[in-house]
Design a protein around this ligand. Structure first.
Ligand code: 13P
Length: 248
């Protein structure tokens, strides 16, 4: 099966960066790259990125979050229907850099809005350092997966989860490869156990947290890893293009 390679730009980029990024990317991406590439720019740069998406058809577009409501008077917010209208295919839901200020109910409403607007959520889960040190990784993830299970009737047989240990994000640290494989397998088996109508092929689990050109290949070849969600290294367009061109 093809892998997902996703770039989360977080709060980076400006107008020139967007043009330079996509011109370089499309020129240097090898034709034989069969992976699904998804770029998550800031809200501000989605429109411009969508012009390149339509022009080159070499990547999908995603937003980094959205509001839990549609069409209400909520100054400064962006709704799921706006994202769909502007060309988004995916939305990150519950990223840890955002999750801290929001409760599980809010995250559940966002999931619903994304699904009802025909986009695919990439639902982020993962433990923080103290949870890891207290051997709570599985129980934390099990709690976080409840939102997926509760909203399972809205999914169109494609569930994408990103396992992003909070302590690995931006730290240069990654879990042992065997741990990544184990946690991904744990996520898949929990979902299959709770949602017996699903098949294993309906669930993709991406790994995120300090992924770079040096470690991508090993991570992508690991059992149960269906892709990667990359922060810092995705801002460097040469590095990101090389990651996408890796032969697996
Ligand atoms: P880094 O790749 O910079 O660790 O960020 C990971 C991440 O948060 C992707 O969503």
């Amino acid at each position: 099966m093809n892998k997902i390679i996703a770039a989360n730009w977080k709060m980076h980029g400006n107008n020139n960066f967007v043009s330079d990024y996509f011109e370089f990317f499309t020129k240097n991406l090898k034709n034989k790259c069969n992976n699904e590439i998804i770029i998550f720019p800031s809200y501000l740069h989605l429109d411009k990125a969508n012009i390149f998406k339509k022009k080159y058809n070499s990547f999908k577009l995603g937003a980094q979050s959205c509001h839990f409501n549609n069409k209400i008077a909520q100054t400064s917010s962006i709704s799921a229907d706006m994202l769909s209208d502007i060309g988004c295919d995916y939305v990150l839901v519950g990223h840890s850099e955002w999750r801290n200020n929001n409760d599980e109910k809010t995250i559940s409403h966002i999931l619903q809005n994304v699904l009802e607007n025909n986009m695919v959520p990439i639902y982020c889960v993962g433990e923080n350092l103290s949870e890891k040190e207290n051997s709570k990784t599985e129980s934390v993830i099990e709690t976080q997966l409840k939102n997926i299970i509760d909203n399972s009737d809205l999914f169109n047989n494609k569930i994408v989860i990103a396992y992003e240990p909070v302590w690995a994000i931006g730290s240069g640290l990654t879990p042992e490869i065997s741990v990544i494989s184990f946690i991904h397998s744990y996520i898949k088996s929990k979902l299959l156990q709770k949602l017996p109508s699903l098949q294993e092929k309906d669930i993709m689990v991406l790994y995120g947290g300090s992924v770079n050109l040096k470690n991508t290949k090993e991570i992508l070849k690991t059992n149960n890893v269906d892709g990667v969600l990359i922060g810092g290294a995705s801002i460097n367009i040469e590095e990101f293009t090389n990651i996408c061109n890796e032969k697996l």
